[in-house]
Design a protein around this ligand. Sequence first.
Ligand code: CAA
Length: 291
Amino acid sequence: MKAEEIKRIAVVGAGNMGHQISLACALAGIETSCSDVSEVQLQKAKSFMQSYLPGKVAKGKLTEEAARAAAARLRFTADLDEAAAGADFVIEAATEKLDLKKEIFRRLDRICPPHAVLATNSSFLVSSLVAGETSRPALVCNMHFFNPALVMKCVEVVKGPHTAPETAALAMDLARRLGKVPVLLHKEVYGFLVNRILARITEEALFLLETGVASAEDIDSAVENALGHPMGPLRLMDLTGIDLNYDIAMERYRETGDPAEKPSPTVVEKYARGEWGRKTGRGFYTYPETK
Ligand code: CAA
């Protein structure tokens, strides 16, 4: 199958990543179903779409007709079976819990047509952890978007030992069809490319904050104005979620037993206080607009 022949996409999960990945697919002209077990999450995703599309029209970046067509192509549903039946390509963007992902891949394998590619948007779980749950490991790969998925151009496509070269090539071409600039990882490695690099920068930023060398504002300002990053690492953690940083570090620590993998004391403290970043109204910074 070629990327232009993909007619239907199912995105599993309407959370932080899924709601924007599904809208990116619909904007690229593909019939898309976005499913989630949480009605609240689905409603949030729908509300986002209903404000995002008119916003783009108002800015002159999208015609009214294109916005209407994209909205008509995107369906939100609590029914995974209904969303995945008939899909040519699935992007799983559910919570980063391995058992849950295994269950989803088993179910997708039963529901989806035999030709469908099953990709996971996981930022750290390699697809060989779930490929064995399916009868089609050659059609399983990682396809990792960045937050906010409608804006960030990079998509990491990771080829596992089970992934057919054609599957990786199709995921790369689909990313291009969505207007992204994909990169290919020829083998699985923890953290892929971007999060390995980002983790080192974030670790150093937390060290400098915790040892009182500089404020969060000045650490971010330095990275933004000296290195040209659009956002410093602490502001970025507020965007992606301090809870996500905590969960990933804990999972890694449990897996390796290496104390160096534990979340930093600041992250542990903020996690326990429910200061998870933008989504809770407070993280390294405060966000009065978040209820
Ligand atoms: N969702 C969708 N679109 C958004 C957005 C959001 N949350 N925030 C901003 N945008 C869009 C705006 O609509 C605007 O689009 P137009 O140009 O079409 O008008 C554009 O982005 C610029 O927005 P703003 O002018 O309001 O704000 P900005 O210039 O400060 O940009 C930003 C905001 C795009 C988030 C920018 O700060 C940025 O690129 N930050 C870095 C993000 C980053 O590094 N992401 C990678 C995270 S790591 C990760 O994702 C790991 C993982 O595994 C999950």
